[in-house]
Design a protein around this ligand. Structure first.
Ligand SMILES: [Zn+2]
Length: 94
């Protein structure tokens, strides 16, 4: 689960719980448009080429996305140790 793009987006509140078993699963690294915003020493940086790459986007937007998505990724890494129910995985708004 720590490498799941689907669960990362569930933690972000972007995938509703009832769609978890319906949507296609993929690795976080296989979705560079999202993975590029994970900035953590424990995560090998991902580059997203093309118009959705960080280099092409507004710096303020990029900073906000890095905070939002890195926070969710860090939570995803520790969720197995937290003893939470599935309903408790998503982050509350900061
Ligand atoms: Zn993959």
């Amino acid at each position: 689960m720590s490498e799941s793009d689907l669960y990362l987006r569930y933690v972000l509140g972007e995938v509703p719980i009832y769609e978890l078993h319906l949507r296609r699963e993929r690795h976080i690294r296989c979705n560079p448009a999202v993975a590029q915003y994970i900035v953590d020493p424990a995560f090998d940086p991902v580059t997203c080429p093309g118009p959705f790459g960080k280099a092409e986007l507004d710096a303020e937007f990029v900073r906000a996305e890095e905070q939002r998505i890195t926070r969710a990724w860090r939570r995803l890494q520790v969720i197995p140790t937290l003893g939470l129910s599935l309903e408790q995985y998503p982050l509350e708004a900061p």
